[in-house]
Design a protein around this ligand. Structure first.
Ligand code: MN
Ligand code: MN
Length: 279
């Protein structure tokens, strides 16, 4: 009887080992990957105007002078999306160093500008914590309502459609310049200068079929969508008309976007304007 038990025990162990082996062979098509896999566009570190913040949900360069991120970078795959509801808990980011100014939701109140997410709420719905993290004010810019609710919403919806179609994405969004036109007219800053209203809002999207070794799979044929839009209520809802090259955005911002991609491939991809579908 004891022998029999021993036999069963070792047999079960063997089975477990086999199961975990085959699990590794049949890896899921996608996963939650490194939000900074495409690189750190501004070499963000500890500087006041280029401060690196890495959260599980996204990574960003924060400008204490602007009171906004310079850019935010995140990975999007089915593994980031689930059933968590929109938390709507806009709040200051208490992880900022004590020497930094903390932007709070009321700094935007009645300004004529939306609290515009960089990493969108709907891209982080796996857990309530993930979704809640997108409502930190370090992920926000003052965004003209038409830009946020139409042009940008259309681009965000199209991005999630690309994921539904079997892709995973790396998305880098940023803003630059000073002064935009919201629903109460032109403004350069909010809250007595605490928050700079950006003049332009850009996004770069890397589109890859779901898989592994993402940077290594980028070729000169990889689809890259780059857009640069005015932060204005007169913006066109069709984001496709704002497509540009990564090179043009790099020239305006001084960033090196996609810096983890081999230079020879960057040279080709960053000089092209996307001509793919927009919905
Ligand atoms: Mn991947
Ligand atoms: Mn680059």
């Amino acid at each position: 009887m004891l022998n029999q038990l021993r036999k069963w025990a070792s047999l079960s162990l063997l089975c477990l080992a086999l199961v975990s082996c085959s699990d590794e062979e049949v890896k899921p098509a996608s996963s939650q990957d490194n939000n900074l896999a495409m690189g750190n566009p501004s070499n963000a570190g500890t500087g006041f105007d280029n401060f690196l913040i890495e959260k599980p949900q996204y990574a960003l360069s924060y400008s204490n002078y602007r009171g906004t991120p310079n850019w935010v970078s995140w990975h999007l795959s089915p593994d980031w999306m689930g059933n968590a509801s929109r938390q709507d808990d806009f709040r200051g980011d208490n992880t900022l160093p004590a020497s930094f100014q903390r932007v709070i939701p009321s700094d935007y109140t009645n300004s004529g500008f939306d609290r515009g997410h960089n990493c969108p709420s709907a891209d982080r719905t796996r857990t309530e914590d993930d979704n809640s993290a997108t409502f930190l004010m370090t992920n926000m810019i003052p965004q003209a309502p038409d830009n946020n609710q139409e042009t940008w919403a259309n681009l965000e919806n199209y991005s999630r459609k690309l994921v539904d179609q079997g892709n995973e994405l790396y998305i880098i969004m940023g803003s630059y310049g000073k002064g935009g036109t919201g629903s109460n007219g032109f403004k350069e800053t909010l809250a007595d200068g605490k928050v700079t209203v950006p003049n332009r809002i850009w996004k770069v999207i890397v589109v890859l079929p779901q898989g592994h070794d993402d940077v290594g799979r980028i070729t000169t044929n990889t689809r890259i969508i780059a857009v640069d839009t005015p932060n204005s209520v007169t913006v066109n809802p069709d984001w496709g008309g704002y497509r540009t090259t990564v090179d043009a955005i790099e020239k305006k911002t001084g960033h090196d976007i996609l810096s983890s991609v081999p230079a020879a491939i960057q040279d080709v991809l960053e000089a092209q304007v996307d001509k793919g579908p927009t919905s």
